[in-house]
Write a protein that binds this ligand. Structure first.
Ligand SMILES: NC(=O)c1ccc[n+]([C@@H]2O[C@H](COP(=O)([O-])OP(=O)(O)OC[C@H]3O[C@@H](n4cnc5c(N)ncnc54)[C@H](O)[C@@H]3O)[C@@H](O)[C@H]2O)c1
Length: 362
């Protein structure tokens, strides 16, 4: 029987809710089934989803702190779809330091009780026995993310960074992890079938078929706290870089900045965790004749990221088992928008399969 994978989570919002619901949902899946609808891999290196255990969780919202994780994931303002019931997990949500986790736009959504004191995160990580910290903090939480990354380093815990404060893709931070003998994977989840992978695939198609792309946009709307947070435009800088570079990097030569517009565009409360992506590509084909493509993707946002993180967790566990330190180049390139090194998606996929099979070190 495979060993358990003990994970801690910072930020128990919608993405964490979908991840934890998914761990329950796929708990009884037979390990011998090669194809399971909804999963990219049923088993990775002997590990199934049922091997993942949440042993620590940190949040700042008074409606989550002090509750069992199994209850806290269904507490407001979380609004993602409930596709699985989750029992009490025996892990209580601990208060983390707020730092810059709350924006002007979210201060009425993330309710902080000043009387609840933050715990010692490093100590809590060590006492819980966590091996991996999964970071799901809001976009723009530069100080808070660096704080959790440093606590993970000090506690000897690996990091999966699901959002765009650059840690695993930042050479200085990546070196810190390497020097400490700890693996890291990031940054900013590339969802299962989300706007980024769709945009990358279509741009590559145009390019492979000889079409010159002249302009493109990707406009995204949603009604969850992630979109509300991103209304504060100065918090968006790294998200825009992450999303834009994910598309630019697929092209043989960069588009001029004015011709490519990618980013979170608006908050529509009634959409809740549904995300709408409006994508347009304009170019010129044979004979300089114009060709335009419009497409609209309609997805529940958070399960889309959880479907990727369940694989990232198991790849990270393989890295821990193998004693690998520093950024995991192959898993980061496939699972994340802003990895330390970008490759075309089919190459990333091959690299991940080779990593899983032990044919590629990182
Ligand atoms: N949904 C996707 O497909 C997707 C894809 C890529 C990246 N992401 C990123 O993942 C992150 C999480 O997304 P989400 O939808 O779960 O967000 P969310 O707004 O639902 O959750 C954020 C959580 O962080 C908590 N928090 C805020 N400050 C904190 C602090 N200092 N310490 C601990 N907890 C704190 C909030 O209380 C909330 O529970 C976001 O940065 C988002 O951009 C999501």
């Amino acid at each position: 029987m495979a060993k358990k994978i003990k994970v801690a989570i910072s930020g128990l919002g919608n993405c964490a809710s979908s991840l934890i619901q998914g761990l329950e949902y796929y708990k009884h899946v037979d390990g011998n089934s090669p194809l399971v609808p909804g999963l990219m891999h049923n088993v990775i290196g002997g590990y199934k989803l049922s091997d993942v255990q949440v042993v620590a969780a940190f949040d700042i919202d008074r409606r989550k702190v002090g509750k069992d994780v199994g209850e806290a994931i269904f507490s407001p303002p979380n609004c993602t779809i409930k596709f699985s019931s989750v029992p009490k997990l025996g892990t209580t949500v601990l208060k983390g330091p707020v730092l810059d986790g709350v924006a002007e736009t979210t201060k009425e959504m993330f309710l902080v009780d000043p009387n609840q004191k933050p715990v010692d995160v490093k100590k809590a990580l060590q006492e819980s026995g966590a091996e991996i910290l999964i970071n799901y903090l809001p976009v723009g939480s530069e100080q808070a993310v660096r704080f959790y990354a440093q606590e993970a380093l000090d506690a000897g815990v690996a990091l999966i960074n699901c959002m765009p404060v650059f840690i695993a893709s930042d050479t200085a931070w990546a070196k810190k992890f390497e020097d400490a003998g700890i693996p890291c994977l990031g940054d900013d989840v590339k969802s299962q079938v989300g706007a980024t992978i769709l945009h990358r695939t279509l741009m590559k198609l145009f390019n492979d078929r000889g079409v010159k792309v002249e302009q493109t946009y990707q406009l995204n709307c949603g009604g969850n706290t992630d979109f509300l947070n991103m209304l504060e435009r100065q918090r968006l800088k790294s998200k825009k870089i992450s999303k834009t570079e994910a598309v630019q990097s697929i092209l043989p030569s960069r588009m001029v900045d004015e011709s490519i517009h990618i980013g979170p565009s608006d908050y529509v409360p009634w959409l809740k965790d549904k995300k709408l992506c409006f994508l347009r590509i304009q170019g010129r084909k044979f004979g300089d004749i114009p060709i335009n493509l419009e497409c609209r993707l309609d997805v529940e946002d958070s399960p889309n990221s959880a479907g990727v993180i369940v694989d990232a967790i198991r790849c990270m566990k393989l890295a821990l088992d193998r004693g690998i330190a520093g950024p995991l180049v192959s898993p980061s390139s496939y699972f994340m928008k802003h990895p330390i090194q970008q490759f075309p998606d089919e190459t990333c996929r091959e690299m991940v399969e080779e990593f899983i099979a032990g044919k590629r070190e990182r």
